[in-house]
Design a protein around this ligand. Sequence first.
Ligand code: NAI
Ligand code: MG
Length: 332
Amino acid sequence: MAYRITLIPGDGIGPEVTAAARRVLEATGLDLEWEVRHAGADRIAETGRILPEDLIESCLDTGVVLKGPLTTPIGGGHGSINVALRRALDLFANYRPVRSLPGVKTRFEDVDLIVVRENSEGLYSGLEHEVVPGVIESQRVITRRASERILGFAFEQARRRGRKKVTAVHKANILKLSDGLFLDVARETAKRYPDIEYEESIVDATAMKLVLDPTRFDVLVMENLFGDIVSDLTAGLVGGLGMAPSANFSDDCAVFEAVHGSAPDIAGKGVANPTAVLFSGCLMLRHLGEAEAADRVRDAVRDVLLEGRHVTRDLGGEASTGEYVEAILRRL
Ligand code: NAI
Ligand code: MG
């Protein structure tokens, strides 16, 4: 059976790492039919829209998307295409598994946790205005509906994946109303999952605890901006941004992408680590019911990392993206 997948190469290192992932995923022998759709500054100039219509149509049609990173200009310029896509497709949940890999030298050898990030509201909405010159107001909206969805998702994932504990990460000591609401919903949800341990942790202390001993955590669930920051931290626990995959879910669509961005500092040099987007592709294969193929890819990557002769610079090696991919393909 052929799987139709929308492929968004993205910009910066996006085209390099998605092409690498595509080669490896195709080498599994699965029949993957790619619908390539482009987004980015050029297409905004061409179409006058932040999200080209053909891209949204394809995503809705296939329901399965592998996506490279897209640049968001700092300060001025166009708004985030990534945030617009999450909104357009109602991708309310961001699922970010974090796992140590043998062969990748880090402070800890046994990290195995999942960051669940609310994907639709909070400060990430970018609702800002100038009240008077020199005074800017940013709105952080937290709703019961979005909190119920993300907490329901987190507990459901925990149960389905045989996880033991869910930690609600918050700042309700200061943000008493908004994060207070999030915690109320977390406690209500936890009651429906008596088989899963529930705890609460303030976000700044969580950052410290994660650095001291990440093994004490299992599933962590939090609002949008906290999730953005905490998941870059947890990526650092397992080898950096080149290693961290993610999946965004709505009720009927899934978008798989790396946690990292377009990495303009190394774009076009052929040295980016494609593992994050490749592992996002593995999450995609599991989503499609092809767990065995996903395992084969993961094992091939593991072998190459363990052997250590063909790894990219961010992992202390000297290999180009292409050399690393060739090594994975040989294993596969
Ligand atoms: P970044 O994740 O692109 O880069 C941070 C650092 O990590 C850089 O030093 C980069 O070289 C390194 N890095 C990232 N991915 C790597 C990889 N695969 N292999 C080796 N090294 C890697 O974050 P930054 O610089 O803050 O953002 C750059 C642009 O990406 C911004 O415009 C930002 O808005 C956008 N972005 C897009 C995302 C998306 O499309 N989902 C997510 C995060 C950022
Ligand atoms: Mg981020």
